[in-house]
Design a protein. Sequence first.
Length: 177
Amino acid sequence: MPPTQSCTTRRKREEENESEPSDSSAAFFSDDSVYPCYELSLGGWCGARGLSLYQCCARNDAKLVQERLEHGVTRSEATELDINGRNGLMVACARGFVDIVPLLQKCPYLNVNQQDKDGNTALMMAAQAGHITIVNYLLNYYPALEVDKRDPRGLTALMKAAVQGRQDCVATLLLAG
């Protein structure tokens, strides 16, 4: 979608497309998963170039994330969640933003084991999506990571990767214990 289109235009187009049948087996997030649309607001400073740390992560802008971290982030900014209960690290892991995940390791107050409203962690999202580079980075550079954390249905990152057929992620998670 071209960056010049407004969020309203995008929402209208998405609403029109909702009536079309879709293959729900291809999706790994629930049907109610929503990523907020952020546009620069002219009022107030809330981060690098008017964006919060979460917004910089969601935009996959490593330079802005680095700026935010260099200027220091508050506990409330580091723990900011979207409407699905996801922090910036979780969004970066789900979408495969490989430049963002290493930067967030330096972020104070960030909980690598945070679970969203569906019970997914950053590791679960990366493994389920098949982002092997991110899975490896989480395993090697986030010492507080709980590899065997379970969602409300009792599924771990390993199980979710296996269900999706992500063989590289399955092998890596098995080696991690």
